[in-house]
Design a protein around this ligand. Sequence first.
Ligand code: C2E
Ligand code: MG
Ligand code: MG
Ligand code: MG
Length: 283
Amino acid sequence: LAKENGKNAFEIYETGMQSQSIERLELEAALRTALVKEEFHLHYQAKLDLKTNRITGVEALLRWEHPGLGPVSPQQFIPLCEENGAIVPIGRWVLKTACKQNVEWQRQGLPPVKMAVNLSARQFSDPDLLNDIHAALNESGMDPTLLELELTESMVMLNPARTIEILTAIKSIGVRTALDDFGVGYSSLAQIKGFPIDTLKVDRSFIRNLPESDQDRAITQAIINMARTLSLQVVAEGVETQAQETYLRDISCDESQGFYFSRPASPEDFATLLKGHGIDLPG
Ligand code: C2E
Ligand code: MG
Ligand code: MG
Ligand code: MG
């Protein structure tokens, strides 16, 4: 496009790049102080067991409220934190806060739910990861078997031998793991098979056009069949319609997560949802 339109288009393109990097620098500067200024908080999105229609777990999702800009999307700020390393202390805070919240809900008399926490690539390769997990569990007093760590394919494929070591150590303390956004990465069946993980979360892109898309029906069914063979649980993410939920129940997907059942919510709103809903004991 720049070529076709000559110099002007190129200039516009350059200006665009420049303002983009200024915005980026501003965000990075603000992110550096966001943790101490307590600008982060967590929202919680329920996971629904499709057999029992009960809430079995919840995923902690990081939120950043910038004093001037208002809420900034994780898709925008997490990659920046990942690049400059800030995600390590931020991720540590997420882990501690989520574990404390889980215990707090039980203290309020709510039934126990699994708590899923997203890990970043930097955190996963951080030598302190296991210490951080232990610290979060010990400080909160949370039952380790209620904690689930969500990882992505690219993270676990980076160094498969080391991945197996870490996942084995995580599993040995009773903490579960899930592969997030499954299906969009490049992991092979042979490699997944060697990882001691518990759950696959089917990426939203395969759910979006269900049940109409022949291709996406074939893909989700194939993932569920593969998961059965490997004794893995399957969660569908991004479930937005009743038709999607019904289809997923029909093909024996274990759990569903998405705006149709529940949007990410404040701790108070999630507690209200859980109170009104009843749950199954996680197992
Ligand atoms: P994710 O872990 O795959 O989380 C699911 C994302 O999809 C969340 O976006 C959630 O709000 C959104 N979502 C849930 N249901 C639906 C739906 O039905 N339709 C649509 N369109 N979207 C849905 P969010 O909160 O913006 O987070 C985006 C990503 O940022 C997460 O993807 C995760 O990769 C990352 N993230 C969020 N919190 C953390 C965190 O504490 N640490 C790390 N390392 N990454 C995080
Ligand atoms: Mg996730
Ligand atoms: Mg996901
Ligand atoms: Mg996703």
